[in-house]
Design a protein around this ligand. Structure first.
Ligand SMILES: Cc1cc2nc3c(=O)[nH]c(=O)nc-3n(C[C@H](O)[C@H](O)[C@H](O)COP(=O)(O)OP(=O)(O)OC[C@H]3O[C@@H](n4cnc5c(N)ncnc54)[C@H](O)[C@@H]3O)c2cc1C
Length: 489
């Protein structure tokens, strides 16, 4: 049986008991009160504790970890990995599309691994808090005044705490418009999909943002017939368009139906099965609907009037982008509650910088370029400027392209898809952007990120030796391709 450690004394209890993230805070005044235990709150709390400050984390969920651990990043990535393993997806280049590791894959197969991963993540986090002397309390926090927070537990117990500095790391929740009949049976939002009771035969995914595209392609890898519906004319518009062309081709090739430029007017039911009604009269019939069109800041329970803060129409807070201070200087906000880029990776860094600033420790701002990882099947990852960006900025440039099938490692792995595109300045030969679609993209991108942020040039890739055989060789191939094109002009 898996055991997890509670924060109130180190004894263990079954992970399945879903104990609230409660300790009994010894005092009611703290140097730092952190509301929310997702990536931003967790990193901030530990950073402040390492600076010798007393820290209280308030979490309204049943266990610590936030959206990242319980309904977002980790569950979706665990589901992806489980699907790729059980379907034998990575082997299909050799053994054909009908190849399977497990013949009949059921929702339970996905859940089993999910729960193991989540229990482990929560355990690590609780241990981190305990080791660093961070106190936690379960309950919903609201302001009484700019320094005082009231916490109401699930069973209605109320306690009041005072914080010298406060961090709002409350994240987001799915946007659930009234026009969508969510029912927990066959119409779900992105928080619910990780616990679906059965796998659908067909799925309509509404919203082709990162979350929608990830789930659409994960379910398609399970041979579920997927329709991806998006009101805008294209998906993932922030990604380099050449990559998206390649990605789109791969999705169409395996039968994903793309309905772009199609506004959803409503969802009806025929014989209890959902039918997505599109502007212009088209209908998408499916076994299940997953609605992933947007998230809103989870700030409404905070009683922000009591501390003098307001939010935008989507519940997000405004901060100074260097310090993460709100307009009330002792109150900070970080993570998804402040909007773009809304990633676990950037939320962690924002939490750290906020805590350092709150306690007078210099923390240089994060470098301009950070990577985006889209864990679709296949993966997409990108860092730096797209071709569209460099054109808009009027920078003379050249591109280099490598196909994974050109690398020996690609042959060994049976890859027949996957590409890397690099963009270099013509004037300085500096690397401006790296864009990858294919196996390992989210790992590979970090080589490009390092060179980019260290202001490296084409020469780095041409002069250095790379392990052989690796997919990372694609960097050398793409750089040589760019060099050839530059020499030809
Ligand atoms: C499906 C999905 C997939 C994703 N995949 C990725 C990915 O692959 N990579 C990546 O980098 N990012 C990914 N993200 C984004 C990532 O999950 C978020 O950026 C990250 O979780 C934000 O962290 P946070 O600290 O702002 O808040 P959250 O993780 O949202 O946590 C906020 C916490 O605050 C608590 N809370 C809220 N209000 C109160 C209150 N009043 N009192 C007490 N507690 C409160 C909530 O219960 C919650 O636990 C994904 C998101 C989703 C939805």
């Amino acid at each position: 049986m898996l055991l997890h450690r509670t924060t109130n004394g180190g004894h263990t209890a079954p992970a399945s008991a879903n104990l609230p993230p409660v300790s009994t805070p010894a005092v009611s005044t703290y140097d730092f009160i952190v509301i929310g235990s997702g990536p931003a709150g967790r990193r901030a709390a530990i950073q402040a504790a390492k600076l010798g400050r007393s820290v209280l984390v308030v979490e309204k969920g049943r266990r610590v970890g936030g959206v990242s651990v319980h309904t977002g990043t980790i569950p979706s990535k665990t589901m992806r990995e489980t699907v790729l393993n059980l379907t034998g997806w990575r082997e299909r280049g050799f053994y054909g599309r009908a190849y399977r590791v497990k013949k009949d894959i059921a929702a339970n197969d996905l859940m089993a691994r999910l729960h193991m991963t989540l229990d482990h993540e929560v355990d690590v986090l609780e241990h981190q808090f305990a080791r660093n002397g961070v106190q936690t309390i379960g309950g919903t926090a609201r302001f009484l005044d700019p320094h005082r927070i009231e916490v109401t537990s699930d069973v209605g117990d109320i306690r009041t705490f005072e914080g010298t500095r406060i961090l709002l790391a409350v994240g987001t929740r799915p946007y659930r418009p009234d026009s969508v009949p969510f029912n927990g049976i066959n119409v779900f939002d992105s928080d619910e999909i990780v616990e679906i009771p059965r796998l659908p035969r067909s799925l309509a995914v509404i919203g082709a943002g990162v979350i929608g595209v990830e789930y659409a392609t994960i379910f398609s890898a399970l041979d579920v017939a997927v329709s991806l519906v998006e009101a805008r004319p294209a998906m993932l518009e922030f990604v380099d368009h050449e990559l998206i062309e390649d990605f789109t081709h791969q999705l169409r090739d395996r039968g994903v139906t793309l309905r772009f430029g199609a506004k959803v007017e409503g969802i009806a039911f025929e014989n209890d099965r959902p039918v997505t009604l599109l502007e212009g009269g088209r209908r998408v019939r499916s076994d299940m609907v997953l609605f992933t069109a947007g998230r809103v800041g989870a700030t409404d329970a905070l009683n922000l009037e009591a501390c003098g803060l307001t939010t935008d129409a989507r519940g997000r807070l405004k901060v100074d982008g260097r310090t993460f201070q709100t307009e009330v200087p002792h109150i900070y906000a970080a993570g998804d509650a402040i909007g773009f880029p809304s990633l676990a990776s950037t939320s962690l860094e924002q939490g750290r910088i906020a805590a350092c600033h709150a306690f007078g420790v210099p923390a240089p701002p994060a470098p301009e370029f950070f990577p985006f990882g889209i864990y679709s099947v296949p993966e997409i990852s990108t860092v730096g400027m797209t071709e569209h960006d460099v054109r808009e900025r009027g920078i003379p440039y050249e591109c280099g392209i490598a196909r994974f099938r050109e690398t020996s490692r690609g042959h060994i792995m049976g890859l027949n898809a996957g590409m890397m595109k690099m963009i270099f300045s013509l004037k300085t030969q500096r690397l401006l952007g790296v864009h990858i679609v294919g196996e390992g993209a989210t790992e590979l991108v970090h080589i490009g990120q390092a060179v980019l942020n260290l202001k490296g040039t084409l020469d780095y890739f041409i002069e250095n030796t790379f392990n052989y055989p690796t997919l990372a060789e694609a960097y050398k191939i793409a750089a040589l391709d760019a060099w050839n094109r530059m020499s030809a002009t």
